[in-house]
Design a protein around this ligand. Structure first.
Ligand code: ZN
Length: 251
């Protein structure tokens, strides 16, 4: 069945509807914006599974890509320009597109079309994005994770974010390697980030096809009685609504 995202009631300021697009891909609808992160596998024809196309003329669409690995970046996203009048692209590396793409390096800050964007230097390639949008603060870490070795290059960027913003609503962080291995260090890194950033909600990601890992992690987090609510998706298209600092599954 083709999912029909964002057909629910509209969202107000400080609210969001969050949809899992597989692996590290997410769509976030806010009052005036639709943000898409690391979306792979949707071309112009299947764009309707990501965005409610009847809504795009009322919302500003911004597409973020943290780095150019194929599990995060597909050039098919640029075909969406044919269907969406107002669409911006923000990527975490130097990409030649003839000027319709904002290319950001690590530790940059930019205002764009009603968004405020900060980047961090990922421990893998490219960047992570912190975005202020419609009264919300969202952080998508890309492949920023504590993969092993010294934790410094991971924790340094998290500490920086904590200084940039002390009220973060929703955080997305990689839970597993590209081949689906969950290591102790990755888990430690996530708990470090949760403690430091104290977001209202956290979603583990980067385990497309092994979504059971998200559930395992959420159950472990539950035992720690954190203030942060750790959510998990089991299927592409899973949707949540964020209102008054609380999160609820929609489908
Ligand atoms: Zn990756």
């Amino acid at each position: 069945m083709i999912s029909k995202p964002f057909k629910e009631k509209d969202v107000k300021e400080k609210e969001a509807i969050i949809q899992y697009l597989g692996h590290s891909g997410w769509a976030i609808k806010t009052q005036n914006h639709i943000l898409i992160f690391d979306c792979v596998g949707y071309n112009e024809r299947s764009l309707g599974e990501v965005i409610n196309l009847t809504e795009v003329n009322r919302k500003k669409v911004s597409v973020f890509v943290s780095h150019d690995h194929p599990d995060h970046y597909s050039p098919a996203i640029f075909d969406w320009r044919k269907s969406i009048r107002e669409i911006n692209y923000i990527v975490g590396w130097k990409l030649e597109t003839g000027g319709y793409c904002l290319c950001l390096g690590p530790r940059e800050k930019k205002s764009l079309n009603g968004l405020e964007i900060w980047t961090i230097k990922s421990t893998d390639e490219g960047v992570g994005f912190l975005v202020k949008v419609d009264g919300l603060v969202v952080f998508h870490g890309g492949d920023h994770a504590y993969w092993g070795g010294s934790i410094d290059s991971f924790s340094r960027e998290i500490d920086y974010l904590a200084k940039v913003e002390d009220k973060i609503d929703i955080v997305f962080l990689a839970l597993a390697t590209g081949t689906g291995q969950r290591s102790e260090s990755i888990t430690r890194g996530i708990f470090y980030a949760i403690e430091k950033l104290r977001p209202k909600v956290m979603f583990p990601m980067h385990a497309g096809g092994r979504e059971y890992l998200y559930k395992e992690f959420a159950q472990e987090a539950e035992k720690k009685s954190l203030k942060t609510k750790v959510c998990y998706c089991l299927n592409k298209g899973d949707k949540f609504i964020y209102q008054n600092g609380e999160i609820k599954k929609l489908n």
